[in-house]
Design a binder for this molecule. Structure first.
Ligand code: AMP
Length: 191
């Protein structure tokens, strides 16, 4: 099975992706994690991405599409992937469709975790406190920018998948366990 976990920053995509990894043996492809690894490795890409990420902006479509396409060719992805943080623009969604068609991969569902954005600020502040501020983009100021970018560039993907009958929306304001339960039901409906 191959799914996209979709939602604004702080919606809980990473947490739910981990549940899917442990319960369904899928591979989590988090473009944010890949970029943070590139920053930690001080690669050319990492150096380029850091200032963009710290400002809450998006790294270019070409770079992100290339990154996912290359990663999808690894043998572990054959068991099914959870895309977490990709696609983030309509151009990325279109490129993903083409990529899946070329690689003969089916997209099962796009699972939107819908949240109340005022609550996101509280969550991000908690996450910043819990992780000791290890993510330099986890603060209220950058979050406001990331939400703006989400509405301008990422939310327009939703109608794209709705038209393709792929979109399932889950109430992300429930407890983590209840959100997991709803996602499990979607996964079971896919089998
Ligand atoms: P995330 O961990 O998914 O919240 O991503 C952190 C940051 O990495 C984002 O705010 C963007 O700057 C960058 N990023 C991650 N995924 C993408 C993507 N698919 N397209 C563009 N930028 C991305």
């Amino acid at each position: 099975m191959n799914v996209i976990l979709f939602g604004p920053p702080g919606a809980g995509k990473g947490t739910q992706a981990q549940m899917l990894v442990s319960e369904f043996g899928m591979v989590q492809l988090s473009t944010g994690d890949m970029l943070r690894a590139a920053i930690a490795a001080e690669s050319e890409l990492g150096l380029k991405a850091k200032s963009i990420m710290d400002a809450g902006q998006l790294v270019s479509d070409d770079i992100m599409i290339g990154m996912i396409s290359e990663r999808m060719d690894a043998p572990d992805c054959a068991n099914g992937v959870i895309l977490d943080g990709f696609p983030r623009t309509v151009a990325q969604a279109e490129a993903l469709d083409q990529m899946f068609a070329d690689k003969n991969i089916a997209l099962d569902s796009v699972i939107e975790i819908a949240v109340d954005e005022a609550a996101l600020f509280a969550r991000i502040e908690n996450r910043a406190a819990e992780t000791g501020g290890s993510r330099s983009d986890d603060n209220a100021e950058v979050l406001a920018e990331r939400l703006k970018v989400y509405h301008a560039n990422t939310a327009p993907i939703l109608p794209y998948y709705k038209d393709k009958n792929k979109l399932v929306t889950i109430d992300g304001m429930q407890s983590i366990d209840k959100v997991s339960e709803d996602i499990r039901s979607v996964m079971q409906g896919n089998t």
